[in-house]
Design a protein around this ligand. Sequence first.
Ligand SMILES: *Cc1c(COP(=O)(O)O)cnc(C)c1O
Length: 366
Amino acid sequence: MIPLVDLKAQHATIRTEIQEAVTRVLDSGRFVLGEEVSAFEGEFAAYTGTGHAVAVASGTSALHLALVEAGIGPGDEVITVAFSFVASVAVIEYAGARPVLVDIEPRSYTIDVDRIEEAIGDRTRAIIPVHLYGQPARMDRILEIARDRGILVIEDAAQAHGAAFGTRPVGGIGHLGCFSFYPTKNLGACGEGGIVVTNDAGRARRLRMLRDWGQQHKGRHELKGFNARLQALQGAILRVKLRHLDAWNDARRRHAGGYNEELQGIGIITPGETPGTRHVYHAYTIRAPQRDRIRQELATAGIGTGVHYPLPIHLNPAYSDLGYRAGDFPEAERAAREVLSLPLYPELSEADRRTVCSAMKRACTA
Ligand SMILES: *Cc1c(COP(=O)(O)O)cnc(C)c1O
């Protein structure tokens, strides 16, 4: 069996470091926020080249609180993509605003920057570009469009820790950047976690209040807040893992390069890296019209795969009330029919990768 991801393999390489971190927290008696979380925030801010990082309970909370901090609510519209994890859209409704969707570019799976302007209206307050699969969206163009109209840019970098647009790490390019530490992400906690980064000290201060019931001083609620605090255990574990992130991303990129070479000429489309960006391959996602048959054959060969995502957001029953229909976002809809993620994690062996490639060749030329 070759799984899509293998978290046990990663833990085996850092077991001692993690055990030390866990023991430190258990001995400290401080389980929510605290020094481990503050230290991690400082280290993650430095990693993303931002002034401030505010750790929260999940990537979803990061996006939700970023919108709340920005004062976005009922009557406002927020633009994002039709092809992403559902959280990118759900958080807009959590804040009380209306999601306005835009199609993706077929090559990068990120927001089609030529379609953003037609989605902008009088009520547009923010754009949430998603760096899907670890591929940065075209941030230069997005910032330009937003700047001219006083619109905020909130990056959904949940799949892109360590990715860069030009020389700039993602997350710190827009006004606010949101990351998830769900266990399978490039930087994953042993549980849930997320973080918001920003260069604006005022935003960071309000985010710190929002995640902890709106308090700045205990017992005095300045803002209507939430329980969205990061656990100390996750902070301590994430500090350990952050030290390995660059090496892990390099390994992901090596595997992606290997796949790209070996999977040429079999009638599928391999992922491309937008020139001038650093893709961190949260997923190695190919596309093929015969996706379901390939997936079935790989499963028979004992190879795990994933479909991220089988439905574009607007065609999910829960989001039928957004008012979109089949045909509205042709590239998102085609991607949902054709994408297939192959096994990719830093500890994947080259031998296993070659086994996957052989199985792909058999399935695609059959
Ligand atoms: C994982 C993910 C989220 C949500 O993060 P959680 O930590 O699971 O709440 C948001 N957006 C995208 C694109 C994601 O992949």
